[in-house]
Ligand binder design. Structure first.
Ligand SMILES: Nc1ncnc2c1ncn2[C@@H]1O[C@H](COP(=O)(O)OP(=O)(O)O)[C@@H](O)[C@H]1O
Ligand SMILES: [Mg+2]
Length: 272
C-alpha cells in the first residue's frame, strides 16, 4: 500500500508543480496518471522516490514513511521501488543482462553496478525475467543494439529484478509506435497482476491509460481533478483535465512521436 497525504511541490523557480495530492494505491492496483504536459505527472512520481524532494506532505510505502528518511535509508527504500523511464535509461555499452542485473542494486550509478558481483540467484532471476519479457535470446547483446520496444522490455526486466513493492513508470511508451506501446503496457500490467504489485504509470495517451489501468487519476496544473474508474472518464471529464486542448487527438495517437533510439539515458544519480 502506497499512501500520499497532502503532497505538494514548489520548485525553486516558483513553479507550483503539485498541490495537496492525496490518494492511496492498494496492492496490485495499476493507476494511470494522465494530464497535459506540465500538469505535474513526472513531479508526482518523482516525489514518491524522492528524485524530486516534496515541499510538503507525507508519503508512506507499507510501514515506511519515505518522506522522513535520511540519505542512506532512502537508498535502501528505493530498492523497494522499481522505476521505468520514458527513454529507458539503459547503460548503452553494457549488455542486456548487465542492465537487468543493475536493477538488483536499485538505481545507482552505472559504474557501481558494473563493479559489483552478482549472486547465482540474481543471475537466474534475471534470465527468468528476460525470458518473461521475450528477450532470452538477447541477453548478451549490447543495449545500444536493441530497438526501442526491446529497450523498454529491458527497462521492465531491470525494474522487476529489484523485486519491488511498488512500480513507478514515467511515459513508458512515449518513444514507441502504437503497436509496441500496447505490447509494453500489456507487459507492465500483467507483471503487476502476477506479482500483486501496485503501479503508477504516467501516460499522456488516454486510450492506453483507459485500456491498461484499474484506476485513472487526472492531474491539471498540479491538482488532482479526477480519481476514478477508467470507464468513468467521460468526454466531459477529459475536457476538464485537458482544458481547451483537443484531447481527442490524444486518444491512441502517438505515432508521430520520436522513435530515436539514441536519446541519452537520464542521470539516475540526480538527487541521491
Ligand atoms: N526541475 C524543475 N525546476 C523547475 N520547474 C520544474 C522542474 N521540473 C518541472 N518543473 C515544472 O513543474 C511543472 C510540472 O512539470 P512535470 O512534473 O514535468 O509535468 P508533466 O510530467 O505532467 O509534463 C511544469 O510547470 C514544469 O515546468
Ligand atoms: Mg512528465
Amino acid at each position: 500500500m502506497l499512501k500520499l497525504d497532502k503532497v505538494s511541490k514548489t520548485y525553486k523557480t516558483g513553479d507550483k508543480a503539485l498541490h495537496n495530492a492525496c490518494f492511496e494505491v492498494p496492492a496490485g492496483q495499476v493507476v494511470g496518471l494522465i494530464g497535459p504536459s506540465g500538469a505535474g505527472k513526472s513531479t508526482l512520481i518523482r516525489c514518491i522516490n524522492r528524485l524530486v524532494e516534496p515541499t510538503q506532505g507525507s508519503i508512506t510505502l507499507g510501514d515506511t514513511e519515505l518522506t522522513g528518511l535520511n540519505r542512506r535509508e532512502l537508498r535502501r527504500a528505493r530498492r523497494r521501488i522499481g522505476m521505468i523511464f520514458q527513454e529507458y535509461a539503459l547503460v548503452e555499452r553494457l549488455t542486456v543482462m548487465e542492465n537487468v542485473l543493475s536493477g538488483r542494486l536499485g538505481y545507482v550509478p552505472a559504474w557501481r553496478s558494473y563493479l559489483r558481483k552478482f549472486s547465482a540467484d540474481d543471475i537466474a532471476q534475471a534470465f527468468s525475467l528476460l525470458d518473461r519479457v521475450g528477450l532470452a535470446d538477447h541477453y548478451n547483446k549490447r543495449a545500444d543494439a536493441l530497438s526501442g520496444g526491446q529497450r523498454q522490455r529491458v527497462g521492465i526486466a531491470r525494474a522487476l529484478e529489484q523485486n519491488p513493492e511498488l512500480l513507478l513508470v514515467d511515459e513508458p511508451t512515449a518513444s514507441l509506435d502504437p503497436k509496441t506501446s500496447r505490447q509494453i503496457m500489456r507487459l507492465i500490467r500483467t507483471a503487476c497482476q502476477e506479482r500483486n504489485l501496485p503501479a503508477i504509470i504516467n501516460i499522456h495517451d488516454v486510450m492506453l491509460a483507459q485500456q491498461f489501468s484499474d484506476r485513472i487519476i487526472g492531474l491539471k496544473a498540479g491538482e488532482i481533478v479526477f480519481d476514478g474508474a477508467p470507464d468513468a472518464l467521460t468526454d466531459e471529464v477529459l475536457t476538464t483535465i485537458y482544458g481547451d486542448e483537443d484531447w481527442t487527438q490524444l486518444r491512441g495517437d502517438n505515432a508521430e512521436q520520436s522513435t530515436d533510439p539514441e536519446t541519452p539515458a537520464v542521470d539516475l544519480a540526480e538527487g541521491v
